[in-house]
Write a protein of this length. Structure first.
Length: 77
């Protein structure tokens, strides 16, 4: 659902939300790759893990990730 991708250093970080039960329960997960070229020998998506979640108790939901970059502190993976 509603993925967002950003290049940070030598990695492409892809953030995607997934529903984990009755609303508003969801997680935003990150996976990363060194390239977006599927023909490259470096093309391999790696798990980055959950970066945000909602447990159903909040009045909000962890959906529609949006990534921003602060160049002096950015990292992924």
């Amino acid at each position: 659902m509603a993925p967002d991708i950003i290049r940070i250093g030598n990695r492409y970080c892809l953030y995607v939300a997934r529903n984990i039960g009755a609303q508003p329960r969801a997680e935003i997960n990150m996976i990363w790759n060194k390239t977006l070229d599927p023909n490259s020998p470096d093309y391999k998506w790696e798990e980055g893990g959950v970066v945000a979640s909602s447990d159903g108790l909040e009045d909000c939901n962890a959906i529609d990730p949006g990534v921003s970059l602060i160049p002096t502190t950015a990292s992924c993976g």
